[in-house]
Write a protein that binds this ligand. Structure first.
Ligand SMILES: Nc1ncnc2c1ncn2[C@@H]1O[C@H](COP(=O)(O)OP(=O)(O)OP(=O)(O)O)[C@@H](O)[C@H]1O
Ligand SMILES: [Mg+2]
Length: 272
């Protein structure tokens, strides 16, 4: 590079929050497997386990007893991402685990200054080290999820293909709108991903059509099928891409990563 060339702007990670206050819809599964698929394309990816259940940490092979400092300490300014981050069995995929104390954080945060911005502040120092930061949220719209939404550039909403899929979504959308108005004006919805699709079940088709009617193009074309390999993988501490790359679930997450990257490229070409 010539000496007078402008220094390139430091790269800033794109931060995606995986959120839906409904439990068991595939937030953690999508965080782990989308993260793995993005890392497989060469991106540096950080997963932040922001759920006291710690399922993302377990699913990445880091059991409860092996976790040191993690998201709790990040939120309370007691550590940095650089100090808390752990490697995983996947090259370029890193994790900040949910520490045991995280279950108390929701209440303890209430007392703090800048209580919605704790995660955003903590992640600001890590922006140059990663291409993507994925935040796995708990099934609630409390302060942990608000911290994720305040830190994020965009939200990815996993929706399970079941009868009640759309129930409670208006509450999630109202929360996203409120966060946009109050503390994160540029927050957008990256997309909605249909999970646990069962093609033998007509209901899955009906729900998928309903969700597409409601969210239009926000819904990714990729649909994650219900697949037993996906549900087995976490008990081996592995993403399904590592556990059984050929499985329909692993392949679907690879496609999803392609779509997420495509949306990011389109966004860049619009916003420069
Ligand atoms: N495509 C799939 N096929 C089969 N099982 C799946 C699939 N996706 C997720 N599961 C299983 O469904 C359960 C719920 O998934 P997951 O933990 O990802 O949901 P969640 O939204 O993170 O839940 P919570 O709200 O409790 O955090 C898990 O047991 C997971 O292994
Ligand atoms: Mg989860």
């Amino acid at each position: 590079m010539p000496a007078d060339a402008p220094t390139p702007a430091p790269k800033r990670a794109r931060i995606l929050a995986l959120a839906n206050q409904k439990g068991g819809v595939g937030k953690t599964t999508t965080t782990i497997n989308l993260g793995t698929a993005l890392a497989a394309t060469g991106k540096r990816v950080l997963i932040v386990d922001n759920d006291p259940q710690g399922n993302a940490s377990t699913g990445l092979g880091i059991g409860r007893t092996e976790r040191g400092v993690g998201t709790y300490e990040l939120l309370f300014g007691e550590t940095t991402v650089a100090a808390a981050v752990r490697g995983t069995s996947i090259p370029k995929l890193f994790v900040v685990t949910a520490s045991a104390d995280l279950s108390g954080a929701e209440l303890e945060l209430v007392e703090l200054e800048r209580r919605e911005f704790r995660l955003r502040d903590a992640l600001s120092s890590a922006g140059a080290d990663y291409d993507y930061i994925l935040i796995d949220c708990p099934p609630a719209l409390g302060l942990l999820t608000l911290n994720a939404l305040a830190a994020a550039d965009s939200v990815l909403v996993p929706l399970q293909c079941e009868f009640y899929a759309l129930e409670g979504l208006s509450q999630l959308i109202r929360t996203i709108e409120r966060v946009k108005r109050t503390f994160n004006p540029s927050l957008e919805i990256q997309g909605v991903v249909l999970t646990m699709f069962d093609r033998r079940n007509n209901l899955s088709d009906m729900v998928a059509a309903d969700v597409r009617g409601f969210f239009g193009e926000k819904v990714y074309e990729t649909v994650i099928p219900r697949n037993v390999r996906v549900s087995e993988a976490p008990s081996h501490g592995k993403p399904v891409l590592l556990y059984d790359l050929k499985s329909a679930g692993a392949q679907a997450y690879i496609h999803l990563a392609g779509e997420v990257l495509k949306r990011e490229r389109n966004r860049q070409s619009v916003h420069g």
